[in-house]
Design a protein around this ligand. Sequence first.
Ligand code: AQP
Length: 324
Amino acid sequence: MAKAFSGIQPTGEIHLGNYIGALRNWKPESGSYYCVVDLHSMTMPWDPAEMLRNSRSTAAHLLALGLGEPSRVFLQSQVPEHAELSWILTCLGRMGELSRMTQYKSKGRGRQDVSVGLFAYPLLMAADILLYGVHEVPVGEDQKQHIELTRDLALRFNSRYGPVFTVPEPRISEVGARVLSLRNPQEKMSKSDPDPNSKILLTDGDDVIRKKIMTAVTDSGREVYYDPDEKPGISNLLEIAATLGGEAVEDLAARYRDKGYGAFKGAVADIVIGAVRPLRERVLELLASPTEIDEALERGRSHAHAEAGPMLDSVKRAIGLLVP
Ligand code: AQP
């Protein structure tokens, strides 16, 4: 398995979209790094106490998934090479290509009151990835464009200054790459959505999960089949249950085609509860042990720094900066 890098923002609690789209594809391979990208979560206004709480909690989720060993989990802000390489890439990136990023277009374009960080953060994301020389970046569909930018920057740098960077590939699942909000299946499930019923958290109890699924917004009609345009709500539930239950979407849809939405939603709830319960138990156990989290983060920081430092030195030598 190729070594991988990926990151997650501490902008709220981890939800099923994060798990299905990204985390379940993160493997604890030696040489892989999984990062709580706290600097990314500063692109929108933030609350310092929440930032601290969410950073630890996000790290606890990653550790509970077994990603701390032999791969590493660390906090982005604790490895200063990320911010430093980001500046170098800021001078290589172009206004035009950053203006085309859909996340910036949806949240910030045309507004004067958003941060410069919202425009520039894909360059920080490129720095995160390129520091570790990885081939693979397992992410959800919404990050595809940012990985393409990362590839362009790596190729541009290598052709101007010499072959320093590995050019990474996105790794995106075919099913479940874009899990949708349970309240509005036109939007993706998102940590920063203020409606708690829009998302299932990995720490939600069985009853809460069942209630959120039973009340999920679905489409008109009563037949269960997969059609993301005509039936986005039902298709979303099909994708969720198929990925977690290890079944093909078509087989699941065929079994419930004529059984009505109520029976189908009940079955989806059973599958989700069965998948989330063991994760929740591990996360809660770890959250009760902050010293264990901090010690794992310190080990992660030290490994990440040991790898990122020499890479940044190579970049600096290539571009004509004096390395002390
Ligand atoms: N709904 C989703 N379906 C599939 N994958 C998803 N990811 C995020 N949402 C979905 C993937 O999870 C990883 C971490 O992404 P993130 O930290 O940006 O998560 P978020 O929930 O999108 O967080 P925010 O703060 O709410 O961000 P915005 O406001 O931008 O939506 C990534 O690999 C991502 O693809």
